[in-house]
Design a protein around this ligand. Structure first.
Ligand code: 4AD
Ligand code: MG
Length: 439
C-alpha cells in the first residue's frame, strides 16, 4: 500500500479504544445523549463504530471548554479529545475522560427524542430514525447477515450472476407487477425475481446466485410484505429438491452461527432471546404439504387440501417447534409455473417453503425446476403467459436440460426473524410500502 492510500485508514474509531487505556485520543462523531449528575457531566458519543461515554469534570478541563456542555444537544457533531479509561458497562470496556471539545455542527430540536413516537412519525423521519440505538443494531445485524450469506456462497464456489431489474418475463405472479413504459418497446416490468436468468446461467457456471432488490405490486398491508425487498436467489445444476433443502438448511445455520458470533452486542440492544436462535442449529423439521394440512386441521384450522397456507396457518403449524420447518410438495395450483411436476403425485410439485419459528413465517421459497421442454411449454400456455417472452427461457431446456433447483431467501424476513422485530419495515433502511415511498 502506498503511504497516501493508507492515510484514510489511520483514523481512530471508538471500536479501536479497548486496548488503549491511559492514552489520549481524539474522536469525531455525534452526541447521542447528555446527562448531568452533581458536578459531573456525561455525554454519549457515537461515531459509527460504536458509542462511548465521555465524562466531563470541571477540575480536569479549562472552564470555557467545560461550559461548552450546555451547547451539546442531541446529534450535535463534535471533535473530542480525552484519556481512555476502563469502564465495565460499556460496549468496548472503556470510557473517555474529556479534555477538549470542538463543536463541528450544531443540532437544535432534533425531532426524535428518547420519548415514545408513533410509527408513522418515525417512518416519515426514517432518515433520522436510522441513528437510533435499535435501528443501528438492526442495520448492523442486516449487514453482518449479508456478508455471511455471501461468504457462504463464495466458500462453496457459487458465481454471482447479477440479474436484470427490467424484464418482460414474469417470474412469479402476473397480478403483482410494476409496469414501466419502455421507449418504443412497450411495457416492461420491475423484476419479481431473478430466477429465470439464474436458470440460464447454471449451464455456464453450475452454481450461481444473485442478490438484489425485487419488486411486488401486491396489495398486502401485512407485517411481512414490502413492495421492494432484497432477495438472495441461488440456483444449482444437478440439485434435486432434497439437495436444495439441505443447502438452504446449511446456509441458514451458517448465518445464525455468524450472527451469534459477531452480533452479540446488537442482539442485546434488541432484547433478542439468543437461546431461541441457538436452538435453530438443531436439525430443521421437514413435512409434506399434505401432512401440514392434516396437522393444521387437527389444530382447528379451516384449511382444505389444495389451498395455499396463509400466514396464520404458518404460525399455527410451527407454534410448538423450536426450529424452522420445511413444508414440501405443495399443490401445483398454488405455486409458480416453473416448478417440477411430482411424478409420485402429479397434483403436486417438487418445492419447499422454509417457515421460521416464533411466528415469523415463510423466509425461503424454493423448488426443483421443470426440466422437460414439453411440460414447461404446456405450463406457460396453461398460465396464459405470453409465449414469445419465454422462448429464451425454454432454450435452457432445448440445449442440454438438466435436473436443477434453486431458492429465494427474503432478506428482510430473515433479518426480522433474527432480530426479533415484529414488522419487516424496520429490517430495511428505507422501506417501500403500499402507503409509503418517502423518504
Ligand atoms: O416465494 P417467492 O415468491 O419465490 C420466488 O420469488 C422464487 N422465484 C425464488 C427462487 O426460487 N429463486 O419469494 C421468495 C422469498 C419468500 O420466501 C419471502 O421470504 C420473500 O422472498 N418475499 C417477500 N419479502 C418481503 N416482501 C414481500 N412482498 C415478499 N414476497 C416474497
Ligand atoms: Mg413463496
Amino acid at each position: 500500500m502506498s503511504e497516501e492510500s493508507k492515510r484514510w485508514n489511520e483514523r481512530l474509531y471508538i471500536r479501536d479504544l479497548a486496548d488503549k487505556v491511559g492514552q489520549t485520543h481524539t474522536l469525531e462523531g455525534w452526541v447521542q445523549f447528555t446527562r448531568k449528575s452533581g458536578k459531573i457531566r456525561f455525554l454519549g458519543l457515537r461515531d459509527g463504530s460504536g458509542t462511548i461515554q465521555c465524562v466531563m469534570v470541571r477540575e480536569e478541563m479549562e472552564s470555557q471548554q467545560f461550559d461548552l456542555f450546555s451547547q451539546l444537544k442531541q446529534e450535535t457533531s463534535i471533535r473530542l479529545t480525552g484519556v481512555v479509561q476502563p469502564s465495565d458497562r460499556s460496549q468496548f470496556g472503556v470510557e473517555i475522560l474529556t479534555q477538549e471539545i470542538e463543536i463541528l455542527g450544531t443540532s437544535n430540536q432534533y425531532p426524535i427524542t428518547p420519548k415514545e413516537h408513533g410509527v408513522d412519525f418515525l417512518l416519515g423521519n426514517r432518515h433520522l430514525w436510522l441513528r437510533s440505538k435499535k435501528q443501528i443494531a438492526i442495520s448492523q445485524v442486516r449487514s453482518i447477515i449479508i456478508q455471511a450469506i455471501r461468504d457462504f456462497l463464495f466458500e462453496f464456489h457459487f458465481v454471482q450472476m447479477d440479474s436484470p431489474v427490467l424484464t418482460r418475463s414474469v417470474g412469479e405472479d402476473p397480478e403483482g407487477l410494476f409496469a414501466i413504459d419502455y421507449f418504443d418497446l412497450g411495457t416492461v416490468y420491475l423484476a419479481q425475481t431473478g430466477q429465470l436468468y439464474l436458470e440460464a446461467s447454471i449451464s455456464a457456471h453450475g452454481r450461481v446466485f444473485c442478490f438484489g432488490p425485487t419488486f411486488r405490486a401486491e396489495k398486502s398491508k401485512t407485517r411481512r410484505h414490502l413492495t421492494e425487498f432484497w432477495m438472495l436467489e441461488a440456483e444449482m445444476a444437478f440439485f434435486d429438491n432434497d439437495d436444495n433443502m439441505d443447502l438452504e438448511e446449511d446456509l441458514i445455520k451458517f448465518v445464525i452461527k455468524r450472527v451469534l458470533d459477531r452480533s452479540e452486542w446488537y442482539l442485546k440492544q434488541l432484547d433478542r432471546d439468543v437461546d431461541k436462535l441457538r436452538q435453530c442449529l438443531d436439525p430443521f423439521m421437514r413435512l409434506s404439504y399434505s401432512e401440514a394440512v392434516e396437522i393444521l386441521q387437527k389444530k382447528g384450522s379451516s384449511v382444505q387440501w389444495g389451498e395455499d397456507l396463509g400466514a396464520a396457518d404458518e404460525t399455527l403449524l410451527t407454534e410448538d417447534s423450536r426450529v424452522p420447518a420445511f413444508v414440501y410438495d405443495y399443490p401445483q395450483a398454488v405455486k409458480a409455473f416453473y416448478m417440477k411436476r411430482n411424478d409420485a403425485d402429479p397434483r403436486t410439485v417438487k418445492c419447499a417453503d422454509l417457515i421460521a419459528p416464533e411466528g415469523f413465517g415463510e423466509i425461503i421459497g424454493g423448488s426443483q425446476r421443470e426440466d422437460s421442454l414439453e411440460l414447461l411449454a404446456q405450463r406457460i400456455k396453461d398460465e396464459n403467459l405470453p409465449p414469445e417472452n419465454y422462448e429464451w427461457y425454454l432454450d435452457v431446456r432445448r440445449y442440454g436440460t438438466v435436473v436443477h433447483s434453486g431458492f429465494g431467501l427474503g432478506l428482510e424476513r430473515l433479518v426480522g426473524w433474527i432480530c426479533g422485530i415484529p414488522h419487516i419495515r424496520e429490517a430495511i433502511p428505507f422501506p417501500r410500502l403500499m402507503e409509503r415511498v418517502t423518504p
